[in-house]
Design a protein around this ligand. Structure first.
Ligand code: SF4
Length: 375
């Protein structure tokens, strides 16, 4: 049976962060109803002929579920699907919502990777971006997770925050290195419509670092983390040897995945499909039909090739030309020769014969490179 990655979306948070445009809501009273719908959707897909190689429960904040709800969700998954023995099983967590008991039930349920949202070690910044935890609160939960047996932890940081200085961000990176998590994700702040930050920006009240400073933060992350023993394996992701996120690698290498929950996307047999976005509509639709698919699209060969290369270029090692040939029966150069030539001239990509990858400059201007491959 072919392997597939499974994503489960839990769209609830205690409070909405000022920069957040994820599909998340603060109406926690709906959690039990939503959980029932998820379990129905899980059973809807239970006869899928695939082995689950990784599970990622993301959000939102999955750890808003209580000590009974968390294992009941995992039990539903384990009862419904064929699970690979070497499963990577990640749960995202906001430090403030973690308890010793929740960590224990997650470990017992086979969760072997935790992804903690820290964002910064600077309490003033944490408050300004609407996070509900402090740096000290994070530290406490990080050590609690270690004590509970989590030996594979990712920590998220954001850079380019309002009034953040390059030194502030470097300080957060160094403090994080002292903790030695297995994986670090560093995202650049992006101000999206519908967020509190967007409103402030419109009013001229959001004071972001300059583009140069923002790039210096990214370069600092690469330097400091690489010196600290992490390999930079994806535009925004760093891992200790062998600790790359296997679930996310499925997306970047154009593998198949099933997404469950409000707004979740799936990609199976060349067909992309996604669920209704709003969690109340999701609950209604699952009640009616057992699943909540809003749209299905069979991707053309051209679309699939473009997605393959755009996703693959996110990886620092680049796009595997042999894999492209195996998948599409065509040489990468015969399809994208012109685009590759233009990007080489701009020094955004290099081709070593086996892989096509972004250069240092290309990592900074990745979107400019991706556009060249759009159909
Ligand atoms: S905790 Fe995460 S998902 Fe929830 S509001 Fe904040 S950024 Fe968004």
């Amino acid at each position: 049976m072919d392997a597939i990655a499974l994503y489960i979306h839990v769209p609830f948070c205690i409070k909405k962060c000022a920069y957040c445009d994820f599909n998340s809501y603060t109406e926690l009273e709906y959690v039990p109803l939503y959980l029932d719908s998820l379990k129905r959707e899980i059973s809807f897909y239970s006869n899928i002929e695939r082995t689950i190689s990784s599970i990622y429960i993301g959000g939102g904040t999955p750890t808003v579920l209580n000590e009974k709800e968390l294992p009941s969700l995992v039990d539903a998954v384990r009862g419904a699907f064929n699970i690979s023995p070497g499963l990577e099983f990640t749960v995202e967590a906001n430090p403030e919502t973690i308890t010793r008991e929740k960590l224990k039930v997650l470990r017992e349920a086979g969760v072997n990777r935790l992804s903690l949202g820290l964002q910064s070690f600077d309490d003033k910044l944490l408050k300004a971006i609407g996070r509900i935890h402090t740096a000290e609160g994070f530290l406490k939960k990080f050590f609690m997770a270690r004590e509970a047996g989590f030996d594979n932890i990712n920590v998220d940081l954001i850079f380019g925050l309002p009034q953040q200085k390059v030194e502030d961000f470097c300080d957060s990176l160094k403090k994080l290195l002292d903790l030695s998590p297995e994986h670090v994700s560093c995202y650049s702040l992006s101000v999206e419509e519908g967020t509190k930050f967007y409103e402030l920006k419109e009013k001229g009240l959001l004071f972001l670092p300059s583009e140069d400073e923002e790039r210096m933060m990214y370069h600092s992350a690469r330097r400091i983390l690489e010196e600290g023993g992490y390999s930079h394996y994806e535009i925004s992701n760093f891992a200790k040897p062998g600790r790359e996120c296997r679930h996310n690698l499925v997306y970047w290498t154009y593998g198949e995945y099933l997404g469950l929950g409000a707004g979740a996307h799936s990609f199976i047999d060349g067909v992309r499909f996604y669920n209704v976005y709003d969690f109340k509509d999701y609950i209604e639709k699952v009640k009616e039909k057992g699943s909540a698919v809003e749209n299905r699209e069979k991707l053309s060969g051209e679309d699939q090739q473009a997605e393959f290369i755009i996703l693959g270029l996110r990886l620092v090692k680049g796009v595997d030309k042999t894999l492209f040939y195996r998948k599409f029966g065509k040489e990468l150069d015969s399809v994208y020769g012109d685009a590759i030539k233009r990007l080489k001239e701009k020094e955004l990509i290099v081709d070593d014969g086996k892989y096509v990858k972004l250069t240092e400059k290309g990592l900074d201007l990745a979107n400019e490179a991706f556009i060249e491959f759009l159909p």
